[in-house]
Design a protein around this ligand. Structure first.
Ligand code: NAD
Length: 352
């Protein structure tokens, strides 16, 4: 089977972590006899520097035709002062919108080997953590009408009923494969859009009678994630709340460098990327943790290519590498086995 994969390394640590993810994928391809055709594309600050556009047409058109997109990270200090439509982040938003990727799945799993990298006390972590944040990705305040005048600025938070319905279905289906528990997070005590969110989620949930659905305000949810994270299984929420809560959940796993994500639309195609950004503070120092990107490869194998066994092989190789004691600096804890980005890619590849 041939898979056309668009690879967008991006900026900062993006190219470094991507190199290791592709290294691991090459080993997987050999083991499972997969024919993966890579097309390398530019997006983000590096594309702005070369083409004056963070998301050149060629990148977008090739990504649209691909079976999946693997992305490192975009952005950095060098482009911070650019106008909004030239900023590297525009590439991300443009790709998500054009590919119709309305659902962002962000698992926050605490590998037992990393318990000492989790900032919470052992009694709070309990039996470990396995939370899936399902974030709406193409609506809400990041895409609403906005403006600035001489006195101020505004952004608009709008959700349509179909937008809420389809993300709810994604969350419910994901929950059916897990512990059948969904927590919908909103701010329905204040926001009209949240009241519509809650009403719509409740109605869609009637189609999934086995699911236990609960609701929580976002301010409480951010507190409960620290107080008692084990109470959460699948969290479904809007674009901005999901952005913030998934970063918070990421810290419970020890490091943002451990968190993969999948962005999905109606079909099988999807975009896979680490949750972290381009980390300009550690770029080009062989310090970045490539595991979030490697685990994003695993999600790609599972969700876009339907290769569960290959996906599991990657997860097992990561787990084995952690068992062997290898750590990048961000997850070092008390370990004396601190290695760099390249060495971590090598160690996981060996375990494939
Ligand atoms: P960031 O995620 O890049 O970094 C936050 C902190 O986490 C930094 O201290 C960094 O060193 C550390 N970190 C991140 N990834 C790591 C990894 N793999 N291994 C070890 N440590 C890691 O977030 P930021 O500093 O807020 O943003 C930096 C740039 O990245 C900005 O330009 C921002 O716009 C961009 N950004 C891009 C994305 C994306 O491409 N998806 C997401 C968030 C931020």
């Amino acid at each position: 089977m041939t898979y056309n994969l668009a690879v967008i390394p991006g900026d900062g640590i993006g190219p470094e972590v991507m190199k290791e993810a592709v290294k691991v994928l090459d080993f997987v391809a050999k083991k499972f006899d997969l024919d993966i055709r890579y097309t390398y594309l530019k997006a983000g600050g590096c594309a702005y520097d070369e083409f004056g556009d963070p998301l050149p047409d060629e990148t977008l058109n090739t990504a649209i035709k691909s079976d999946a997109v693997l992305l490192g990270a975009v952005g950095g200090y060098a482009w911070d002062e650019l106008p909004v439509d030239k900023r590297p982040e525009k590439a991300l938003l443009g790709l998500r919108k054009s590919l119709g990727l309305f659902a962002n799945l962000r698992p926050a799993v605490l590998f037992p080997q990393l318990a000492d990298a989790c900032p919470l006390k052992d009694e709070i972590i309990g039996d470990g953590l396995d939370i899936l944040v399902v974030r709406e990705l193409t609506g809400g305040i990041y895409f609403g009408k906005r403006g600035t005048d001489e006195n101020g600025a505004f952004d608009t938070l709008y959700y349509s009923v179909p937008e809420i319905e389809r993300i709810t279905h994604v969350a419910m289906k994901a929950a059916m494969k897990r512990n059948k528990k969904v927590m919908s997070v909103d701010k329905a005590n204040i926001l009209d859009s949240s009241r519509l969110w809650r009403k719509t989620v409740k109605r869609v949930a009637l189609e999934y009678p086995e699911i236990q659905l609960d609701h929580m305000y976002v301010d409480n949810a951010s507190m409960q994630l620290i107080r008692k994270p084990g109470q959460f299984d699948v969290i479904v929420t809007g674009n901005m709340f999901g952005d913030i809560l998934s970063d918070e959940a990421s810290m419970l796993t020890g490091s943002i460098g451990m968190l993969p994500s999948a962005s999905l639309g109606e079909g099988h195609a999807g975009m896979y990327e680490p949750v972290h950004g381009s980390a300009p503070d550690i770029a080009r120092k062989n310090l970045a943790n490539p595991l979030a990107t490697i685990l994003s490869v695993s999600m790609m194998l599972r969700y876009s290519f339907g290769l569960d066994e290959a996906a599991k092989c990657v997860e097992d190789a990561v787990s084995k590498t952690l068992d062997e004691g290898y750590r990048t600096a961000d997850i070092a804890g008390n370990s004396h086995h601190i290695i760099g980005t390249r060495e971590m890619g090598d160690a996981v590849s060996k375990n494939i």
